[in-house]
Design a protein around this ligand. Structure first.
Ligand code: 4AD
Ligand code: MG
Length: 466
């Protein structure tokens, strides 16, 4: 007999004489004549109430069905007499597949998120994490839908790479050399990287952008969606050493088209979550962030604010606020500045664009006609209330000489980037793209405040368990 998912059983339009459910016990209550078992199989937030008559031959099994045990139930789907659910299943067969004794850590009581992180192998069975990971799965699907519907091609950027896409030197080294006894160069002074697995130093990628640019300059519209890695020692609620990024790259597109695409994309994902994960979002708004649903509606209704970096600095200077990090033209915006702009000043998602050239990546397009000492690039960051930056992007420098200038400015050697420079030698076109941090987007959509709780297994400084 075929298994029915709880989600489908809960949405049934008619009773059924024979149904098979499989899942895990959340709770069990006993009365004289019956036991009531709540079965959850992860297909929905809500479980199915199973009613087991004490006269059923399988009834002795019920005593073994503790919280956390896995069970298999044959029964009839009938309209529930109890309040709180439309349907329930009256068991005709009840079997415990795997017991769980009372050492099972997810007993029915409130646990802290910190504790649940320590049991990341069990936390998907809790209401909160079941909901988070259903939303995560759905939005991953929506990412593909959004771009595929727009005729973007999905490119798999490599995970192991020899080039630093951001030029920021925050890369994890990949090596098979014996670290205790590495091969040395002839003069005996240095490690001989030529003897390493790839014949040169290699790393985990920080971004698939440069490879996406290669493909945009051939297939026009592309996107990547994959894991990226940053060896930055930032112990914050918004940074992970391994995170997933979506990076569209569009040929024949400038910074304005790029900002419009970013806004459309973020709104699409929110709308999709509202439509397909309504029960889970309602749960978050009840137990995680009471303003969540109102905020998401607000974000969908309003056009995002667009504000140049120079305007942002003026706003911050005039704010009268005492920031921990001083505000000055040329300095990077810190989290506190970003939050002031989106949460207090504009009270709306805000795209800041045209940042100082010196603080942004080498590949961003130099703006023409800047005043001396005020050189900017066509960079853009999308900032949202509660989180700050969720998207970083730019128009790319398509002019060979300007790109070389940018690399020199950032003290980057040209040689390893020869192929990237080639794109400017052969059929160069204006092009733009951005990266959306998938976990930051999930934090925004669920209201969950820590990045460790929207990724199945968080990798952060000092932690790589599971
Ligand atoms: O601003 P970033 O560093 O931009 C890039 O990597 C570009 N190559 C993207 C592009 O233009 N194709 O990162 C993009 C986004 C950030 O806005 C943030 O949402 C996320 O990636 N991100 C992180 N998320 C979690 N943990 C970290 N350590 C992150 N670093 C960046
Ligand atoms: Mg950034």
């Amino acid at each position: 007999m075929q298994r029915t998912l709880v989600k489908d059983a809960l949405n049934a339009t008619a009773p059924s004489d024979a149904i098979l459910l499989q899942g895990w016990v959340r709770t069990r209550r006993e009365s004289k004549a019956f036991s009531f078992v709540e079965l959850n199989d992860g297909s929905s937030l809500k479980g199915m109430q199973i009613v087991v008559d004490a006269t059923l031959p399988d009834y002795p099994q019920v005593a073994r069905a503790n919280t956390g045990a896995s069970i298999e139930v044959h029964g009839k789907l009938v309209e529930s007499k109890g309040a709180g659910q439309k349907w329930e299943v009256v068991a005709t067969g009840f079997k415990v597949l795997g017991e769980a004794d009372n050492s099972y850590p997810l007993q029915k009581k409130g646990h802290t998120l910190e504790f649940l992180r320590e049991i990341a192998h069990l936390r998907p069975r809790s209401n909160l994490f079941g909901a988070v990971f259903r939303v995560r799965s759905r939005l991953a699907y929506a990412v593909h839908q959004f771009f595929q519907n727009k005729d973007f091609h999905y490119v798999h950027a490599p995970i192991i790479t020899a080039s630093d896409a951001e030029g920021a030197g925050e890369m994890f080294r990949v090596t098979t050399l014996d670290l205790a006894n590495p091969p040395k160069t002839e003069d005996g002074k240095h490690v001989d990287d030529a003897k390493d697995f790839f014949g040169k130093k290699s790393f985990l990628t920080v971004s698939g952008q440069l490879e996406a640019e290669i493909f945009a300059c051939a297939l026009s519209n592309v996107y990547t969606f994959g894991p990226t890695f940053r060896a930055e020692n930032s112990n914050t609620s918004r940074h992970a050493a391994e995170f997933w990024m979506i990076e569209p790259e569009v040929a024949f597109c400038d910074i304005h088209g790029n900002m419009a695409l970013a806004e459309e994309f973020v709104k699409y994902l929110i709308r999709d979550a509202k439509e397909h994960c309504a029960a889970d979002l309602e749960f978050f708004s009840k137990f995680v962030d009471k303003d969540l649903l109102a905020r998401l509606d607000f974000v969908l209704e309003k056009p995002f604010v667009r504000c140049s970096y120079t305007e942002a600095i003026e706003i911050l200077e005039k704010s009268g606020k005492q920031f921990e990090h001083p505000v000055a033209w040329g300095a990077n915006l810190q989290a506190e500045h970003e939050r002031y702009l989106t949460e207090e000043h504009f009270k709306c998602p805000t795209t800041v664009y045209n940042y100082p050239r010196a603080i942004k990546a080498f590949y961003m397009r130099a703006n023409d006609g800047c005043a001396p000492g005020r050189e900017t690039v066509a960079a853009m960051d999308l900032l949202v209330p509660g989180i700050g930056e969720i998207i970083g992007g730019s128009q790319r420098e398509e002019r060979l000489e300007k790109l070389r200038e940018g690399m020199a400015l950032h003290h980057l050697e040209e040689k390893p980037y020869w192929w990237y420079l080639d794109l400017r030698r052969y059929g160069s076109v204006p092009h733009s793209g951005f990266g959306l941090g998938f976990e930051r987007m999930l934090m925004f959509v669920t209201g969950v405040g820590n990045i460790r709780d929207v990724i199945p297994f968080a990798r952060t400084p000092g932690t790589a368990d599971f």
